[in-house]
Design a protein around this ligand. Structure first.
Ligand code: FHN
Length: 421
């Protein structure tokens, strides 16, 4: 038979993503950096019209602010993100505990952020910036042991042959394949390919199936998102919830939840509505406890530099992970307990990791409701090693930790578990 989780008759998912060696690192690592960086970043989130009114947007600014194409193209001639430092970007990810990076190579504006030979709507041919940030990132990522992935928008506002009603759409598709060949063959191993904009005509689901076969042929180990097709389990390797955390794990498809760190994907100079380190960390812990991945976005500015508040939040998450990593890396859905009100619980083999957001007052109890029988043979605080008394109680167990919360973001209690005797 075919892969357990692939749709009947499906032959383009090469193996079962849930169990394959190909996806093993991804299922273990849980945490990656999304980067939205493109020509739109040069606007810093704001476009001033000739009548003086200001329109705000980020990576959709060309379209949502109706910037005339000749103006947008002229902006390219001034786009010089010379502050881009691939080593600093990779270090920010690594310090944050992020194991992979997915960068926008071409967003909906169609502007290629690498020196593509396919057309001249790219940063090398249209701007004074002559470097190849993808090559620089690939080198830095390899040196620091971080994996590299690419975002690519199927929807393209700029290519004349890609527009609705096009009589020459196949010519665009030929160029798209040629660009993907560049991306998948010129930059070493590409860990993940993140398609987007698949919902817009003239693109069709049938084209998605063909495209998936094409990228599998070029790069069999690359993990592909479901936006290559129709977002069903037949398409790609993983689902793509956006700005949301599914409440329960799904056994239908691997998933990766992408989220902004403030309120925009691309850079917007005025957006300082950054999520707190605590809430970002709890998002990660909650996602990992439901066997998902967290792709947390940063938006480099017009100089190519990741804003410091974003770097700082990543560093905070990384510090938490240094002490509490086992609750996330290699951990997943427990299948043994219901989610408590005081935090989340993940599992790796014979250990449960209870990440406690609300630490009980002195003498207080954390109750864990079991959905199936097992025993707890011991428990301790991961950060301090302090042991935690556990007793069987009601439908599960009572944990009675002492003192104050060892970690204000989330205090992890490790429970050693065994089958019921
Ligand atoms: O339209 C895009 C949006 O700009 C952004 O890139 C997000 C990231 O997941 N994807 C699209 C909307 O689904």
């Amino acid at each position: 038979g075919g892969p357990a989780h692939a749709a009947p008759g499906d032959n383009h998912v090469p193996d079962d993503p849930f169990s394959s060696a190909r996806t093993q690192w991804w299922r273990t690592d849980h945490f990656g950096m999304f980067i939205h960086f493109g020509l739109y970043s040069a606007y810093k989130g704001e476009y001033t019209r000739s009548n003086g009114t200001v329109c705000r947007d980020a990576e959709w600014i060309r379209r949502n602010c109706a910037i005339p194409w000749n103006e947008y193209e002229a902006k390219a001639a001034t786009f010089n993100p010379s502050g881009f430092d691939a080593n600093a970007v990779v270090s920010a990810a690594k310090n944050g505990g992020q194991k992979y990076i997915v960068i926008t190579t071409k967003h909906h504006d169609g502007f290629a952020m690498w020196p593509t030979a396919v057309n001249d709507w790219n940063i090398h041919d249209r701007s004074p910036f002559k470097r190849d940030i993808l090559a620089e990132l690939a080198t830095a990522a390899r040196a620091q042991g971080v994996k590299l992935g690419f975002y690519y928008s199927i929807w393209d506002w700029h290519d004349p042959d890609a527009q609705p009603g096009s009589t020459n759409y196949q010519a665009y598709l030929t160029r798209m394949r040629a660009q993907l060949r560049e991306l998948l063959t010129n930059y070493g191993d590409i860990a993940e390919l993140w398609f987007d904009g698949e919902w817009e005509a003239p693109w069709t689901a049938a084209e998605g199936t063909k495209l998936e076969d094409y990228v599998r042929g070029l790069s069999p180990n690359t993990i592909v998102n479901n936006r290559v097709g129709t977002r069903t389990i037949a398409d790609g390797d993983f689902g793509t919830p956006e700005q949301e955390i599914p409440a329960t794990p799904t056994d239908a498809q691997l998933w990766e939840s992408c989220m902004t760190i403030n309120d925009h994907w691309g850079y917007a100079s005025y957006d300082s509505n950054f999520k707190s380190t605590a809430s970002l960390t709890r998002n990660l812990v909650g996602i990992a406890a439901s066997s998902g991945n967290y792709l947390l976005n940063v938006g480099p500015d017009d100089h190519g530099v990741i804003p410091q508040p974003e770097v700082d939040r990543l560093a905070g998450m990384g510090a938490w992970l240094t002490a509490n990593g086992p609750a996330v890396y290699g951990a997943g859905y427990t299948g043994l307990v219901t989610r408590p009100t005081w935090g989340v619980v993940s599992r790796a083999a014979d250990k449960l990791y209870a990440s406690v957001y609300t630490w009980p007052a002195s003498g207080g109890t954390l109750h864990l409701s079991a959905t199936t029988g097992f025993t707890v043979t011991g428990a301790h605080v991961l950060r301090t090693g302090a042991s935690v008394p556990v007793t069987a109680a009601g439908d599960g167990f009572d944990l009675k930790p002492t003192g104050t919360a060892p970690d204000p973001i989330a205090s992890v209690i490790v429970l050693d578990i065994a089958p019921q005797t």
